[in-house]
Design a protein around this ligand. Structure first.
Ligand SMILES: [Zn+2]
Ligand SMILES: [Zn+2]
Ligand SMILES: [Zn+2]
Length: 320
């Protein structure tokens, strides 16, 4: 399926409409973290509740691959391998004795006499106010830090790279990054192409539905009609005014719409024999326009969404 076709399929999904409303209010949909549930999407929960039949992650993935949405890695969620709880702490340990008591130490040089001392040794003697050699005060600007490192206050060893481990606050399990359950967490935003398409050409199901209901028509459950040739033709909407069955197809494209699209509609018309409304945005190519005019299709051709809906409404009112 072409990318634009994949998007078109999604635009007909009523959840997409709710998503678009959400993305116009918020540029980015970000996950929220809490210690009992881990990462969740409260914004999405309101409009796309996760249910047994459909996996929300799959729907979002489908939207990303059709370039309706863009995703960006937001964080890596870590969970305990034993109890699956997200309340996981990171611990930096001494690589020699695995003690948690790692302290930062500094080497300071007393500018007055040139003597260097470690800050921790000075603290031990509780005299980081005056120099142990010249006894003068370490007044501001009178000393400089010439080195920084970590050391273990249990075994006293100097540490270059602490050992990184995890601790589960729920079940007290201690584990390494190797064993952690990790999940990539994304933030989502509307893709720019999709945004343009939605603003100019996409007619959402609720827009169409409203016009049809106002005209006293009802949308059929199935959007497929079998033609004389036994071929099943799929339409965007199949509807009825209780007397006869009719159909709507919407075509939009950034490029002028080619004659092949209109010929396809014409073939559907000849085979099914039903009235077909074709809404095209923003415009037909010259060739396509000529074919459309000579056909028995009911064409609404407008440069924007608003006029397209108005055009359809007018046609429907004329009809009923
Ligand atoms: Zn645990
Ligand atoms: Zn000194
Ligand atoms: Zn140690």
């Amino acid at each position: 399926m072409e990318l634009s076709e994949a998007r078109k399929e999604l635009y007909k999904d009523s959840r997409m409409e709710a998503l678009f409303d959400l993305f116009s209010a918020k540029e980015k949909v970000k996950p929220k973290f809490d210690l009992s549930n881990g990462y969740t999407y409260p914004d999405l929960d309101k409009i796309m509740p996760e249910n047994a039949g459909e996996n929300r992650e799959q729907i979002l993935e489908k939207m990303v691959s059709a370039k309706v949405l863009d995703k960006e890695l937001y964080d890596l969620e870590l969970r305990c391998p034993k109890c699956k709880n997200p309340d996981v702490a990171t611990r930096y340990l001494c690589p020699f004795c695995e003690s948690m008591k790692i302290v930062k130490n500094h080497l300071v040089e007393h500018i007055n006499c040139g003597q260097t001392s470690t800050v921790s040794s000075l603290h031990e003697k509780s005299r980081f106010d005056s120099c142990p050699i010249c006894n003068k005060k370490y007044s501001e600007g009178g000393y400089r830090i010439v080195g920084k490192w970590f050391e273990c206050s249990t075994c006293g060893k100097q540490i270059k790279n602490p050992l990184i481990t995890h601790f589960c606050r729920n079940c007290d399990n201690k584990f390494l990054f190797d064993d952690v359950i990790q999940r990539e967490i994304y933030s989502y935003s509307l893709n720019n192409t999709a945004k343009d398409e939605i603003e100019t050409g996409v007619l959402f199901p609720s827009d169409i539905k409203k016009i049809l209901t106002d005209a006293g028509c009802s949308i059929m459950v199935s959007n497929v009609i079998k033609g004389k040739s036994e071929i099943e033709h799929k339409f965007d909407y199949v509807f009825s005014d209780k007397k006869k069955t009719m159909a709507i197809d919407t075509i939009f494209s950034a490029e002028p719409i080619q004659e092949i699209e209109i010929i396809k509609e014409q073939n559907k018309f000849y085979d099914t024999g039903i009235e077909i409304y074709v809404i095209v945005t923003p415009k037909l190519s010259e060739q396509a326009s000529m074919i459309a005019k000579a056909s028995k299709l009911k064409i609404v051709e407008t440069s924007n969404k608003k006029d397209a809906l108005l055009g359809l409404r007018k046609l429907m009112l004329k009809h009923t």
